[in-house]
Design a protein around this ligand. Structure first.
Ligand SMILES: *Cc1c(COP(=O)(O)O)cnc(C)c1O
Length: 479
């Protein structure tokens, strides 16, 4: 059943249906089983039909999707979802995102969407203030920190090669001076992927040893740099994806400056520590970098997707990203064309939910959000670490906690999957320096003290049951 005329009533009917489904979903969210309950087989059975020759009723299609979403999604916006590093959505952020869809703006250039361009311009300024980074930095709103890392490193590639007298945008990398890229042994995999996109290749990465918390060792960085000739880019990290640890950025910043290199910081969630006066000490020296990548869909709790690329030298940023085509009608004046700061061409107005959220929270609200998540992480670490046989492997400096059970990989993995099945909360496992661990990330604005306590209790219940089981089977075996 297709439609070929603009009818406001049909929009209204579809949106009302979507609104009803969305609020029902959100109403259940805090108490539902947190993990997804349906996998591919069940979902394909419900959803896979031959492409219909005659269309169906739009609202019936929405109903079908909503019915499968109840069990076919994981409740990753739940206050008790601690997997990966995933925030939920603030009500105003979600609503602003809906308006973005209704307006259906192509936010690439100012001429198409002055509103999107203005919202991004203001949100960019606010972010630079919150993070206390140079106010004239270039800022681009991208899909996530993967693309933020890519964008920043493209600016870095441009910057270091420009200084070496090479125009990489025109000439490419064939015949270019060799650029050395240095990162820590613990950098996020998206740095490696950015190396591939940028034509450097992952083998070109020089990896610097890190310490027990995953922090790059400045002494080793110095040694590595001493061996390298020519342009260098160093990728440091604010917030290790496992431990939450920060590289010693002040020391690293001084070393890289002395060498005349470009320092990039992956601060997907860690950069937000700068928004809190008490926590910002962990990110001391971050302002010495040349570029910073972060996410808004993680800690700011806007809906997927939104990352932010920030580059100190706005000209390097813009030159690496800008597109010029005769039909584009880019502005020559004060107006900002978002396309100049990101790899995407046509794009969603993803700065608008950021604008709405920052304006709603205010500086104090963001600071409180960051502190609250860290407090919940410390709370869970305390509750779990107090149990006999349970060990917290990291210094809980931020919102990440690594927990090991019975000093045993197999038991730890069993606790993780037991907790996933039990459904009170959801988290995943990792391997930290050779040890299996449960990984807890508190990144949701709505996680309360009670949520943290209930989740820790559920985890310990699963652990105790498994421990008893094991003791029984080992005593049976001994007999
Ligand atoms: C999540 C994360 C990324 C990747 O970000 P996406 O938003 O998933 O693209 C990069 N670095 C770190 C440290 C992260 O935690």
């Amino acid at each position: 059943m297709s439609q070929d005329r603009f009818e406001i009533d049909e929009f209204a009917r579809c949106l009302e249906r979507a609104h009803a489904h969305a609020t029902a979903y959100l109403r259940d969210l805090p108490e539902r089983h947190v993990g997804a309950r349906l996998g591919r087989t069940a979902l394909m059975a419900a959803m896979h039909t031959p492409l219909p020759a005659q269309g169906e009723d739009g609202r019936a299609v929405l109903d079908l999707l909503a019915s499968q979403a109840v069990q076919g999604t994981s409740a990753c916006a739940s206050p008790r979802y601690f997997g990966f590093v995933i925030g939920g959505s603030y009500p105003v952020a979600l609503a602003a995102d809906w308006m973005v869809s209704a307006w259906d703006q192509n936010a690439g250039i100012h001429v198409i969407s002055p509103l999107a361009a203005a919202a991004e311009e203001v949100a960019a300024q606010w972010l630079l203030e919150l993070f206390d980074l140079p106010r004239d930095s270039g800022v681009g709103f991208v899909t996530g920190c993967q693309m933020a890392n890519f964008t920043c490193l493209a600016a870095a590639r441009h910057g270091v090669l420009r200084r070496a007298g090479w125009d990489v945008e025109a000439e490419g990398l064939y015949g270019a001076p060799r650029v050395h890229v240095v990162t820590s042994a613990e950098s996020h995999v998206t740095i490696d992927v950015a190396m591939r996109y940028l034509g450097f290749g992952t083998r070109a990465l020089h990896r610097v040893e890190s310490d027990a918390q995953g922090r790059m060792l400045p002494r080793r960085l110095r040694e590595t740099l001493a061996r390298l000739e020519g342009p260098v880019i160093v990728c440091a990290q604010a917030g290790n994806v496992n431990t939450g640890a920060f590289d010693p950025l002040r020391e690293i910043g001084a070393i890289v400056r002395e060498r005349g290199g470009w320092l990039h910081v992956d601060g997907a969630f860690g950069l937000w520590a700068r928004a809190n006066a008490t926590l910002r000490a962990v990110a001391d020296g971050i302002e010495l970098a040349d570029s910073w990548a972060t996410d808004a869909h993680k800690w700011l709790n806007v809906p997927y997707d939104c990352g932010v690329a920030i580059v100190r030298d706005a000209q390097d940023h813009r030159t690496a990203m800008t597109s010029v085509a005769a039909y584009l009608i880019q502005t020559g004046g004060l107006e900002r064309d978002p396309v100049d700061w990101v790899p995407e061409f046509s794009r969603r107005a993803r700065g608008i939910p950021v604008y709405a959220t920052l304006r709603t929270l205010g500086r104090d609200g963001v600071a409180a959000l960051v502190e609250r998540c860290c407090a919940r992480a410390r709370q869970m670490a305390g509750l779990l670490g107090a149990e006999e046989g349970v060990r917290v492997l990291n210094d809980v400096v931020l919102n990440q906690v690594l927990v090991r059970f019975g000093d045993d990989d197999e038991l730890t993995r069993a606790v993780v999957s037991g907790v996933q099945d039990e459904g009170t909360c959801w988290l995943s496992g990792t391997t930290w320096h050779g040890l299996g661990a449960m990984r807890i990330s508190v990144s949701n604005w709505a996680t309360t003290e009670e949520d943290a306590a209930r989740s820790a209790e559920a985890i310990l219940r699963v652990y105790r049951a498994l421990r008893t089981c094991r003791e029984m089977s080992s005593s049976t075996a001994a007999r």
